[in-house]
Ligand binder design. Structure first.
Ligand SMILES: [Zn+2]
Length: 256
């Protein structure tokens, strides 16, 4: 994406909205149809290739699932990389590839095309000693996907796998990409909520439905998988910006 055409495109869009019936996006992304409001158009043009980095399958959905659904509705291209299939911690009785299958099901519900989803084979719990290889994988993703915005875990995340991905992602994407950290309060010592993404009930419902795909995780009764908790966090973040539901983020680097 280049910055140069934004203003002329914005003016063209405004003219289209006022005089020609609105900006056109694919029908599958338009919901009830009709012209797209100007504020959505501005978001649409700021970032249109989004990469979410999920140390373990489920982190991306937990941290920014509602926002990803919203972005896909708006016609953005979303890519998802899970860094490990968590073979070291698959619960007893579940096949080794369980999290890979669950991840494909969950991301499909979010609306991410299968071709945009990848689960790498790094060893979970031991990311710090694989950081060089993880950095190389992220460098490849930067070149192959060329995202203009990257969602990562927070630098304040105390889980060693999450923290490694955050640090290495900042190294890999710092020169050209806007980087935004999602929150996972159960792992964050603190987080500065410097960005908010308002979402609608349908986005939250789709996020919850996607998380339901992770049967191998939710059956362990982890509190952060509880639908009531996820909804209450979305309500809390919504109250902060005077809307019903939202997801909150920490800006790491913003390229305007
Ligand atoms: Zn995780």
């Amino acid at each position: 994406m280049t910055n140069q055409p934004i203003f002329s495109t914005l003016l063209l869009y405004t003219e289209n909205c006022l005089f020609k019936g609105g900006h056109q996006v694919p029908a599958r992304n338009r919901g009830s149809g009709g012209p797209i409001p100007l504020h959505i158009f501005v978001r649409f043009y700021m970032f249109d290739r989004i990469l979410v980095l999920s140390p373990h399958p489920d982190d991306g959905e937990l941290g920014c699932g509602g926002t990803l659904v919203k972005y896909i509705e708006e016609g953005k291209e979303v890519y998802y990389i899970g860094v490990t299939p968590c073979k070291n911690t698959i619960p007893e009785g579940f096949p080794e590839d369980t999290l890979i299958r669950e991840c494909y099901e969950a991301t499909k519900i979010l609306g991410i095309p299968r071709s945009n989803v990848k689960v790498c084979e790094f060893e979970n719990k031991r990311f710090p000693r694989q950081r060089y290889e993880i950095f190389n994988m992220l460098e490849d993703a930067r070149v192959d996907i060329a995202p203009d915005m990257v969602f990562i875990p927070s630098l304040q995340d105390v889980h060693q796998d999450h923290h490694t991905v955050a640090v290495e992602a900042i190294r890999a994407f710092r020169r050209k990409n806007t980087i935004v950290a999602y929150e996972e309060p159960w792992n964050n010592i603190t987080i500065t909520t410097t960005a908010f993404s308002p979402i609608e009930r349908r986005h939250l419902d789709t996020k919850l439905k996607a998380l339901d795909c992770y049967a191998s995780q939710s059956f362990q009764k982890r509190g952060y998988f509880d639908a009531g908790y996820i909804e209450s966090l979305a309500k809390t973040r919504g109250v902060q910006i005077n809307c019903k539901y939202a997801e909150a983020f920490e800006i790491v680097r913003w390229i305007m």
